[in-house]
Design a protein around this ligand. Structure first.
Ligand code: NAD
Length: 282
């Protein structure tokens, strides 16, 4: 079997063309969607992510406001800024790039963002919405995975899904979203004993552990769908996912590459959430 390589860049481009049309419709009502991006410190990976998000906003017509703080910033300054952004009419989404320096309480920062502008979907209100299947802003990475599956016509209902990774930003919301779509979901994590005994049952395997080569062909059922969320930089500089892409591509039915799979979708869903927020405000 030769896998269909799911082209996240192409799916992303198709979704972004639709987003541009929604931005034009908003312009007719006198609204330009606005996203505020707050970054603290100079983490090189965060700087790349922020740059990509700002560039993507420009491409679809979202106005972006970048707020950079030094690594030793007083958390109060960021909390005050968030309070101000919560009230601004030109700002429909507020994003704080994680991780934050150790003097910050991430939960305090995230809970200060108005649930109406929480385009990352990390506020407890939105997390609760996800649990009951009524989300306002679905978290961007798992939302992007769902959109990829939908775009490829991969049925979710009734499927055995295994999610490897149980973080608050990827694994847990991913599991909830797929459960909401009537999949049977198992969640594995670093303490799971005998990972392969779970992964081998998956019709759809979503991997978000941040461990290169964690998923090898003998752990995966023939014909399964493999969605690789992992992003790992190898010592030789190469970027790889968590799955053995070369080994798996002759065994599974669909697989996402890294880079060029889930990554572009994450940013696209951030744009989508920001536009949805502006549409609600308009
Ligand atoms: P995290 O470190 O917060 O969580 C990792 C999860 O994987 C934890 O639940 C941990 O228990 C589990 N895990 C670790 N080792 C494991 C093992 N050997 N077996 C089973 N489970 C194991 O990471 P995160 O923020 O959820 O990100 C996960 C990966 O996804 C990272 O590589 C990250 O860079 C990537 N990521 C990609 C995107 C994207 O847009 N493509 C977005 C967010 C995160």
């Amino acid at each position: 079997m030769t896998a269909k390589i799911i082209d996240g860049r192409a799916v992303s481009a198709a979704i972004r063309s639709d987003l541009k049309i929604r931005v034009q419709a908003l312009a007719k009502k006198g609204t330009t969607p606005g996203l505020a991006v707050i970054m603290v410190g100079a983490n090189p990976a965060s700087a790349v992510y922020v740059r990509n998000k700002i560039r993507a906003c420009g491409e679809v017509g979202i106005r972006s406001f970048q707020h950079n703080f030094p690594a030793d910033a007083d958390p109060k300054a960021i909390l005050d800024l968030i309070e101000e952004l919560n009230t601004r009419k030109d700002t429909h989404g507020i994003l704080v790039q994680l991780p934050l320096p150790p003097q910050f309480s991430i939960s305090e920062i995230l809970q200060t963002i108005s649930a109406d502008k929480d385009v990352d979907g990390f506020h407890l209100y939105n997390v609760g919405g996800l649990v009951v299947g009524d989300t306002v802003f679905p978290p961007c990475t798992p939302y992007g995975v769902v959109k990829l599956l939908e775009h490829e016509g991969i049925e979710i209902e009734g499927k055995n899904v295994v999610v490897v990774g149980a973080s608050n930003i990827v694994g847990k919301p991913m599991a909830l979203m797929l459960m909401q779509r009537d999949a049977t979901v198992a969640i594995c994590h670093a303490k799971t004993r005998d990972l392969a005994q779970f992964t081998i049952l998956a019709d759809i395997l979503v991997v978000a552990a941040g461990k290169p080569n964690l998923i090898v062909p003998q752990m995966v059922k023939t014909g399964a769908v493999v969605i690789d969320v992992g992003i790992n930089r190898l010592p030789d500089g190469r970027l790889v996912g968590d799955a053995d892409f070369e080994g798996l591509k002759n065994k599974v039915s669909h697989i996402t590459p890294v880079p060029g799979g889930v990554g572009p979708m994450t940013v696209t869903m951030l744009l989508s959430n920001t536009i949805a927020s502006a549409e609600r405000a308009a």
